[in-house]
Write a protein that binds this ligand. Structure first.
Ligand code: G4F
Length: 362
């Protein structure tokens, strides 16, 4: 039985990867951070599984990383933990650098200090944000990097330190350069989830309007569940190499929005430009989407489009397993159900309050 250690196991990718590896028969260990608020929602269904174990550790704390690596002695480490929000990195650049840059070094050094360099393979969650102010479209493994946010600069260090340890110490460590990957488990402040949740709330009368930033930004959006398979394939390869993971298809934020609203039965027409652009309900004429400069970034990456040819050819990975249309549909369906459950809960609470007031129930 192989043993895997996943940092960031409570996140979207970590939870999908844990499920994937458990199905493959792995003993799965994950690191979590101490917090007074419960953030284990995505992995709650796995707790209690005999091959699933959690440990307290933090990428900002080298001793905690060293201890968990020493205890678990994993065959594979998937370093998915990060401060992953690009806009937040402008407000917390130092924290982002500590976790997303130095944190990678802490993992690599822990493996070295525990004498696991020959037996432990390491996957580093790298990002298409490295291409930033893009110098080529579409982007592949040879495209020059031009990071364009504190997040991307930190992740660039992570990319290069992995390459350095691979060459200096012959470690099997690789970066997956992942383009945007979304799902029903995506955090609610990333643009796709913000849109699908708002579309569901607007359709069910729980929200009036959605405010977004740059509607023209272009992304290559894939399904996170498909991407974790590729992370695993990268570590099963004969040689340690870096791979672009993307769908090879590009869409704008505006297009994502139109498709999401279409799935809840609302056709949107966009009118105007820049800050004055609006998404209007074709049937009612109501303005449902507006632009707010609050969501603009000091520097924004606007043209990401990945070329997954290498992963397709060398790993046999299928980048189009879930299409863009299917991705939007499954996210909207999940949020429609979530909002419906919330509304049902509200109705029960309201009825209960009324019954208590009238003395019908005590
Ligand atoms: O959904 P986003 O916040 O994702 P972003 O910045 O592309 O980063 C994500 O993908 C990267 C992979 O390429 C990861 F490395 C990273 O960790 C993260 O998972 O924004 C996508 C685009 C941006 O251009 C942003 O300016 O959407 C634009 N946008 C427009 N309105 C918005 C909004 N983004 C957010 N979060 N919120 C808005 O209201």
């Amino acid at each position: 039985m192989k043993t895997a250690l996943i940092t960031g196991i409570t996140g979207q990718d970590g939870s999908f990867l844990a499920e994937f590896l458990l199905e493959k028969g792995y003993d799965v260990h994950g690191t979590i951070r101490r917090s007074s608020v419960d953030y284990r929602e995505r992995i709650a269904h796995l707790e209690g599984h005999s091959n699933f174990h959690l440990h307290y550790a933090d990428l900002a704390d080298s001793m905690s990383i060293l201890q968990v690596v020493k205890k678990v002695r994993p065959n594979e480490i998937y370093n998915l933990a990060a401060q992953s929000h690009v806009q937040v990195s402008f407000d917390s650049p130092e924290f982002t650098a500590d976790v997303d840059a130095t944190g990678v070094l802490r993992i690599l050094e822990a493996v070295r200090q525990c004498d696991l360099t020959d037996t432990c393979r390491i996957y580093q969650a790298s990002t298409s944000e490295l291409y930033g102010k893009v110098e080529e479209v579409p982007q592949n493994e040879q495209t020059p990097f031009h990071p364009y946010s504190p997040y991307a600069v930190a992740k660039l260090y992570g990319y290069w330190i992995v390459k350095e340890y691979r060459e200096a110490y012959r470690m099997f460590c690789c970066s997956g350069i992942l383009f945007n990957h979304e799902s029903e488990r995506r955090g609610e402040t990333f643009v796709t989830r913000k849109i699908t949740l708002a579309a569901a709330r607007i359709a069910q009368g729980k929200q009036d309007k959605l405010y977004l930033g740059n509607l023209s930004s272009l992304r290559d959006w894939g399904y996170a569940k498909d991407y974790v398979e590729c992370m695993w394939l990268i570590l099963q390869n004969d040689k340690p190499e870096d791979f672009v993971i993307a769908t090879g298809e590009q869409h704008s934020v505006r297009e994502f929005c139109q498709l999401a609203f279409h799935h809840v039965g609302i056709e949107l027409r966009f009118e105007g430009e820049g800050e004055n652009e609006k998404g209007i309900d074709v049937k009612t004429g109501n303005v449902l989407v507006e632009v707010s400069p609050d969501f603009y970034r000091p520097t924004d990456v606007v043209n990401l489009w990945g070329d997954p040819s290498k992963a397709k050819r060398e790993l046999g990975w299928n980048p189009q397993k879930t299409t863009f249309e299917q991705l939007v549909q499954l996210m909207v369906d999940a949020d429609m159900a979530k909002v419906a459950v919330e509304r049902a809960g509200e109705r029960v609470r309201m009825n209960l309050a009324e019954y208590l007031e009238k003395g019908i129930v005590k």
